[in-house]
Design a protein around this ligand. Structure first.
Ligand code: 3H9
Length: 686
């Protein structure tokens, strides 16, 4: 017996309990005693049936991800499952919480599965750049059919206990004491008598598969994978389950798994899994949190409305404040319309919509914010306006209320210093649309109280955001690095690249779109206005804006858009404008390859990240990766700019930055001292 696996006998049924907090991952120290216990029980006449259950908040949530990339210690999960399939007495998995990845595969090794109705069952390996490597691709289709299995494995999205019952994945669902119900179920099965057929020998659902329809489904999925290898491998493995004998399909799955687990994409995605969790570990995280029951939002525009929805979606009552009744009604109508769209798409029920709308209270009176525990301003991006709002909040907010600004660029220290309680002030930089985008930059100002920071970090998680704490600087982590990424955009065009070439280099890299398509989508007038406010210019973009070419919303920007279409079409007028500006500046066009485009845009991105680390604006390189993957579409298979920079090699990046610094003289290419140090010593620290 071990402290991780215990066995109790309940009326002839052996209840095996795994206890490996926090999520009962199948670490080596669990696999070994579990294997030994199952051997003993297989041969024990006193046990007529076996139940596998878990202590704590969940069933097994998967293999132990920290063990990947290290030598595998025996027994492997597959050996445990193979052993289970040799047991003649009934075996039952009792699933509460989540049965994910290797956890569900363990359950698929049992003859039967019973679950809490609200449990979640899934194979999320694809999100780690993997496929299920414990027989999941071969056994799941045997229970739920190939089409359903493919959908579950390629999306990685779990299904509920109820849905799993309907699909044939679980045999019974229960409310109440799961272990007692599972033991009773196992006892009944034993009394009913065998033979008990292991999942590997249940082929009826597979026999129903129409291969052509399956292949068509797989082709559709392949279109959406954007360079990721794992979803394609998942589809191949499920296809093998249909076309190959069980053992051959299992062996093929193993090979595919071994290839993926040692590849850079899976390493990158595993890095992100832990990076997101690391980011939540902020100084003071164990302090007593402030109570947040009602949230106030100042400003019901696109941003304020989205933030308000994010909180209502998380179940928080929201007071939404606007300066006029008319603006308030406009904002509330927009929120209602957004929810109606979700209902029409089937992602929200009408009842849930009504329930969420019921959480909103509109007001045009600052006094109505007095009962809010957190107030977020989302007004016009102007320091004077922000300070005026904070002055009013200072006058009405209750003591201890957290006062947050949603500024994207402005100095949060200056805002905090303008009121009497700077310890309660911080930044909450949401990304648009705020009810959808997962990233939240939490800006820690010089005087922000640690408990306020910890409270907001905790709260972010409760509303489904991925939060990263950042320090005060112009643009914080994300937008500051975005400026660095875009600094060479116009120079590339003037020297001979087209917007389409630059965008293609980005999409080939794995970005959802390139910078020029992105500009057209967001609206070129925003950057134009910002440049004018800061006394800056961009020769080509400014001219486009002067011509009224603001992007998709005007049908013309860096590209042309046919009416009603979002499909960018290269525009000869833009090419002519670029060539004319280049001629004016005496720049002769030359051919520019994708490699150069990446070096001149993404190496400065990494370089700026290094500066941000050096200045302490981000606490860890992995925090920067979390920002870029969740807020700016950096390809997950590359792990974020800092992880990718590591794969490229700091020495190479420094060498190329120096090259471009030498040939252009531009400061953006000057390697950060910390990057040089990394190149020389392999360490960030001195
Ligand atoms: C797999 O199974 C491969 C097999 O097919 C083949 C094998 C041969 N391992 O997320 P939380 C840690 S691949 C190690 O904050 P929640 C996590 O880092 C696996 N550690 O909790 C964190 O540590 P810390 C397939 C793990 O309640 C702590 O547990 N399975 C693992 O919000 C709490 O985690 C998955 O991909 C793990 N498998 O969410 C499931 N899982 O406190 C991955 C968690 O030090 N896990 N940790 O920061 C999850 O999705 C969520 O953790 C879960 C709980 C939903 C279970």
């Amino acid at each position: 017996m071990s402290s991780f696996v215990s066995v109790a006998n309940a009326n002839g049924v052996a209840a095996v309990t795994i206890d490996n907090p926090p999520v009962n991952a199948l670490s080596f120290h669990v696999r070994k005693p579990l294997y030994e216990a199952l051997i003993a029980l297989r041969d024990d006449p006193a046990a007529k049936a076996i139940v596998i259950a878990c202590a704590g908040r969940t069933f097994v949530a998967g293999a132990d991800i920290t063990e990947f990339g290290k030598p595998v210690e025996q027994p492997e999960l597959r050996a445990i499952i193979a052993l289970l399939e040799t047991i003649a007495k009934p075996t039952v998995a009792a699933i509460h919480g989540t049965a994910l990845g290797g956890g569900l595969e363990l359950a698929l090794g049992c003859h039967f599965r019973v679950a809490d109705r609200g449990a979640k069952l899934g194979l999320p390996e694809v999100k780690l750049g993997l496929l299920p490597g414990g027989g999941g691709t071969v056994r799941l289709p045997r229970l739920v059919g190939a089409a359903k299995a493919l959908g579950m494995i390629v999306s990685g999205t779990p299904i509920s206990g109820g849905e799993a019952k309907a699909a044939g994945l679980v045999d019974e669902t229960f409310d109440g004491d799961l272990l007692a119900n599972a033991v009773r179920f196992a006892s009944e099965m034993a009394d009913r008598g065998g033979p008990f057929v292991p999942v590997r020998d249940r082929n009826e659902r597979l026999a129903e598969t129409v291969l052509a329809a399956f292949d068509a489904q797989a082709v559709d999925l392949a279109k959406k994978t954007r360079g990721l290898e794992a979803p394609l491998a998942c589809a191949d493995a499920v296809r093998n389950a249909i076309t190959l004998p069980f053992d051959e399909a299992l062996a093929a799955e193993r090979q595919l798994f071994a290839k993926l687990v040692s590849g850079d994409q899976s390493r990158a995605q595993r890095h992100l899994f832990f990076a997101e969790r690391e980011a939540a570990k902020v100084p003071g995280k164990d302090l007593q949190k402030r109570r947040i029951e009602r949230v106030g939002i100042v400003g019901a525009g696109t941003m304020g409305g989205g933030i308000a929805m994010a909180f209502a979606n998380g179940g928080f009552p929201v007071t939404l404040l606007e300066t006029s009744e008319e603006a308030l009604q406009r904002g509330l109508a927009m929120i209602e319309k957004n929810y109606a769209v979700s209902v029409s798409r089937g992602s929200l029920t009408e009842a849930a919509k009504q329930q969420r709308l019921g959480l909103f209270k509109g007001s045009a009176d600052y006094g109505d914010l007095a009962d809010c525990d957190l107030i977020i301003e989302a007004v016009f991006e102007d320091m004077a306006v922000k300070k005026e709002v904070f002055g009013k909040l200072d006058a009405v907010a209750k003591p201890g209320a957290i006062l947050a600004t949603n500024t994207s660029y402005l100095d949060v220290d200056a805002i905090a210093a303008s009121i009497s309680r700077p310890q309660d002030v911080l930044g909450m930089h949401f990304f648009s649309p705020a009810n959808v985008m997962k990233l939240l930059e939490i800006v820690r100002a010089g005087k922000t109280a640690p408990d306020a920071l910890a409270t907001v970090t905790d709260l972010a998680r409760r509303i489904g955001k991925v939060a990263v704490v950042v320090g005060v600087c112009h643009g914080f982590v994300g937008n500051r690095m975005l400026s660095a990424r875009g600094a060479e955009n116009e120079a590339l065009l003037l020297e001979g690249a087209t917007p389409a070439q630059v965008d293609k280099a980005f999409s080939d890299f794995g970005w959802p779109m390139g910078p020029f398509q992105m500009g057209d989508l967001a609206g070129l007038d925003i950057g134009w206005r910002n440049r004018k406010a800061r006394g800056q210019t961009a020769v080509i973009a400014d001219t486009l804006c002067e011509q009224g070419r603001f992007g998709q919303k005007t049908g013309r920007g860096w590209y042309r858009y046919e009416s009603g279409s979002r499909e960018p079409v290269a525009d000869p007028e833009v090419d002519a404008l670029i060539r004319a500006k280049a001629a004016e500046l005496g720049i002769a066009p030359r051919a520019i390859g994708a490699g150069e485009i990446i070096e001149r845009t993404l190496y400065p991105l990494v370089n700026e990240g290094a500066k941000i680390l050096e200045e302490g604006i981000a606490a860890r390189a992995s925090d920067i990766d979390v920002v870029w993957v969740n807020g700016y579409g950096f390809p997950i298979g590359k792990g974020g700019p800092m992880f990718w920079g590591g794969l490229e090699g700091a020495a190479r990046i420094v060498e190329r930055l120096e090259h471009w610094h030498h040939s252009t003289g531009r400061a953006i290419f000057e390697p950060a001292p910390v990057l040089r140090r990394l190149a020389e010593t392999g360490r960030w620290e001195g």
